[in-house]
Structure formats: structure tokens, C-alpha cells
Design a protein around this ligand. Sequence first.
Ligand code: RNT
Ligand code: ZN
Length: 414
Amino acid sequence: MSYEEAKKRYAELGIDTEQALKALESKAISIHCWQGDDVVGFDNKDGGAGNGIQTTGDYPGRARNFEELKADFLKAASLIPGKKRINLHACYAVFEPGEWVDRDRQEYRHFVPWVEFAKEHGFGIDFNPTCFSHPMVKDGLTLSSPDETVRKFWIDHCINCRRIAQKIGEALGDQVLNNVWIPDGYKDIPADRLGPRLRLKDSLDQIFAEPCPNVIDSVESKVFAIGVESYTVGSNEFYLAYAATHPGVYDLLDNGHFHPTEYVSDKIPALLCYFDKIPLHVTRPVRWDSDHVVNCDDELREIMKEIVRNGALEKVLIGLDFFDASINRVAAWVIGTRAAQKGLLYALLQPDAALKKCQDTGDFTRRMMLMEEAKFLPVEEVWEEYCRRQGVPAREDWYEEVLQYEKTVLSKRG
Ligand code: RNT
Ligand code: ZN
């Protein structure tokens, strides 16, 4: 089937493929830099990811420094259509040769090389404090620590990060998402569940005190992590209530951070009743918060459907969050980002108006019939047309380029 034929088939259901392509093209996806180096960063040379997050796998070719990470990201970006942002963590500070600065004293200048990179290639930037993989995480705690030296260190880090994000936003003439996630919690049954949360609340109040007009602030909840099974300070209720009572702070939903029978696709329309922005971490949790590479699976499509059919493309900030060290990392970026975009396109090509009408008139048989028929509409032809217009490979041939890159670049790394 050709694109023109697919366009006609969609038109029969009142769906305009050209409009869908326009919407897809204008929606930026924030691609996380940390898939490229297994969440190691540039400021903790001996360690990998720690404190509740970890990568598994030993595929060769991990990016070991700024130059390698940039090159790998660019390779992936060249195979991904549409608008792209790069999501940075504070641990990706770029130091002068011989320089090392701890996280509470980082400055904007350490991220200027990233801003230059973003400007050169037309990427947006998003930012995150890195409150993990660091010796100042004491007893698994950061912003909720009872040790005031520890808590102050991380408050200072988070305040610095907002200032850095503000300057990045000013330099790019853009809004920068600055998302706070902390690993704080306990492996075993806590004796005090309230104290840590009150301390976290106080830390957040200090962190968000300064106005930063180019920053979109968010907080990210979690259920549990390895070694943090019994209690998580920054739980869903805690952060949702914090965001709801602090205008300008948003609740970030990571779809790996809920009980396996809970769905972020259902949380999006709940939050849309109250918030004008919902930042997302789109991931693929396999049985738990495993951060597998995003695939175009049922829940991904359902998440995208909730964004599209509620007219929330501007309100929902789509960011990715996965890290797989068991496969080619550049391919992981390309697969995951293209999957997210395919899911979005799929959602943009649904007969939403007709389906809603069925629901509101109680015609549930027709609703089910139409939903099922819509599953096999020719989305592939529209996707390929999109890739052709964007000048990126439309089909699996993109993988040949990654293999070539692996042969000439990645495999040469020690
Ligand atoms: C951890 C959170 C957090 C991190 C990144 C690296 O469970 O999902 O978002 O994955 O910030
Ligand atoms: Zn996340």
C-alpha cells in the first residue's frame, strides 16, 4: 500500500494523516543522555549508577567521556526523525582538564559545552540534579537526611541545578525541565515514616524558593528500589500533594514507578484536571522498575492516546528514561525513541471523535468494534512517509548504520 492509499483509508474514518504528521513533527521528545554511558556520568570515574538504580549488561562500547557521548548521541539522533531535546543530569558536568568540582559547587560554565552542542544541532535541553551515585548519599538518604550536613549538601546541589537550568534556558531562549528524583528510603521497616517526609518537604521549599522563569520544576515519585523495599520517602502521594499545593512545581510520572497493576495512561487524564503540565519519564518496566528500552507496546500506545485525545500535546512533556547495557547503546536510543514516536503517531491516527461519541451515547458495542478495527489501520505507510520527509531511514536499514558505527567507532573503545 502506498502513502496515498493509506491516506484515503484513514480519510474514510475522518482521520487526516497530514494533520497527524504535522503534530508528530512539532512534538519534541526529550532523549536522556544516560542511556549512552550506563548512567555513570563524568564526575564519578570509579563508580556506576548506584542508590536504587542500576544498569545490567556488559555490551562493549560504552561512552566514557563527553566527546564519545556527544558522538554517540549524534549518531542516534541522525536516525531519529522529528524534534529532539537532550536530557542531562548534573553528573554530566564537563570539566576543564584536571578539574573536578563537587556537586554542591557546580556552575553553569560546566554545562556550556552542552549548550553549544545543543545550539549547533538544534536540540533543546532538559536537566536533573544527580542525587545518587555519590558518597554524600548517607544511609541511603539525601534531601530527607536527619544529618543536616548531608541534607544541606543536597539542597545546595538542587539549588545550583535550578540556577544552571535557568541559565541554560536563557541561553537557548527556552523553558528547561528540571526534575528532582531522590533515592531516599529504607530497606527495612521504618520507625518513623513522617520525619523524613517533613524534612524532604522543607528541603523542597528551600530548593524552589528562588524564581527561575525559564525553569519548569518537577518532582518524581517512586514505589521502591533494590535495597529500598520497605519505604520510599518521595512516594506518589507525597509528591502529588506537594505539586498540587505548590504552583509551578509539577508531578513527573515515570511509568516504571508504580505498582505493576497501576497505569500511567490512566493517571494522565486525572492530572490533566488539575495541572497545566505533566512531565513524563517513558520507560518499559518488565515486572518492576527495570528501565528496559521503550517498545511500542500496549501501555505506550495507551499513554500516547491519552495525550492526543485529550488535546494535551502541549501540556505533556515527553521524556524517555531507560538504560540497557546489554545491547548496542546507540541502537537502544534509536529503537526506544522511534518506538515512542510510533506510539504517538498511532495515537494521532485514531478515530477519537467517533469513539468518544460511541461512549457518550452508550454504544459500547460500536466502541469496541471500532477500537479493534482501528488497530490494523495502515500506520506503517504513514510512519515511512514521515521518515522520508524527515530525511531519516524509514525502515530497518537504519540498523546497518549503527552496525557500521559499532565496527568503526564503538568496538575500538577499550
Ligand atoms: C530512577 C528515576 C530517575 C532516573 C534518572 C537517571 O528510578 O527513574 O528518573 O532513572 O534520573
Ligand atoms: Zn525516571
